[in-house]
Design a binder for this molecule. Structure first.
Ligand SMILES: [Zn+2]
Length: 322
């Protein structure tokens, strides 16, 4: 199953349930969080739907800082505790509708993805964490075993008020893999075909021209490496080897983590899984199509290959193609 097919729950509804547990029952049993006499100012990660509220001053954007919630909240609004950032406590909450009197002056709404390009990296990742925690909070108001209300136990756990079941935020892991096909040479060692990587276009990519990498959700009971092999076989029917870990990235859309790998092509012709992919082929460095945004690990994997030091073969490539 591909990365774009599955959600780990319903989308955040725009209207919160009035029966939500009041914030007073969400006392967090962490003395170091409750007793904070030394901090008055806090960073506030506020969401309005899928957008983040930022303060705009000239061309610069920042996470609002205030001693109290910068916007009106409802009795049932959950204030989510976050770790410290820049030596300042951080909190998050979600608004279902814009404040009646409008947003505070100089506040703007920014898509969470867009905030990657506007905020310091650590602030974006804290916003991402906030988004995932609010999503989790909204989806775990009642116990999945007995249906009783859940009560906040720690900043990142809840416990059922009736049967005691505990829940923590769940993360949906997905692999993404860059497959490399080695250059081919003639008898004299001249390059016939340069080194290439596989790029595919998923049917639900938001950009029609953009090409990305094979990706998919990890299934229960399989290793990450098994998932890489399975996804590649399902989506393009290629055999690969040399699977190596590249890096990972939280992907708060809504609660994922992308785990990046590199691999080498062994054999097979590309046969696309038609339901998921509309295009897929091998691309050399000098003929790259439109590729994903810089914020994604897909782009980091592709850039890493594009910037690999080229051996003397690089010159031969140019010669062979001229
Ligand atoms: Zn229960």
């Amino acid at each position: 199953m591909g990365i774009h097919e599955r959600n780990c729950g319903d989308k955040l509804p725009l209207i919160l349930n009035n029966n939500s547990v009041s914030p007073h029952s969400f006392q967090i049993n962490q003395p170091n969080i409750i007793h904070q006499p030394f901090y008055t100012m806090q960073k506030w990660f506020i969401f309005l739907g899928n957008s983040l509220l930022l303060k705009k001053q000239g061309d610069s954007y920042s996470v609002p800082e205030a001693d109290e919630t910068p916007t009106p909240t409802f009795e049932w609004t959950t204030i989510q505790e976050l770790p410290m950032l820049d030596n300042m406590p951080c909190k998050a909450y979600s608004l279902t509708t814009p404040p009646r009197n409008g947003l505070p002056e100089s506040f703007v709404t920014v898509d969470l993805r867009q905030s990657y390009y506007l905020l310091p990296r650590a602030h974006y990742y804290m916003a991402a964490k906030a988004s995932e925690l609010l999503y989790w909070d909204n989806g775990t108001r009642y116990c999945g075993v007995c249906g009783a209300p859940m009560k906040r136990h720690t900043a990142i756990s809840k416990q059922c008020t009736h049967c005691g079941k505990e829940v923590w935020p769940q993360v949906a892991p997905a692999i993404i893999v860059r497959i490399k096909k080695a250059a081919t040479h003639d008898a004299d060692g001249n390059i016939i075909e340069p080194e290439k990587i596989l790029l595919v276009h998923a049917r639900n990519f938001r950009h029609s021209e953009r090409m990305g990498l094979v990706a998919g959700f990890v299934e229960t009971g399989e290793t990450l490496e098994e998932c890489v092999v399975r996804e590649v076989h399902e989506e393009v029917q290629l055999d690969i080897t040399n699977i190596r870990y590249f890096g990972s990235q939280p992907w708060p859309y809504p609660c994922g983590i992308m785990i990046g790998f590199t691999a080498d092509y062994v054999s097979g012709n590309i046969h696309l899984q038609e339901e998921e992919l509309s295009r897929g082929s091998w691309f050399s460095r000098d003929k790259m199509p439109e590729i994903p945004d810089k914020m994604s690990i897909a782009r980091q994997l592709i850039d890493d290959w594009l910037h690999e030091p080229q051996l003397a073969e690089g010159d031969k490539t140019a010669t062979a193609q001229s």
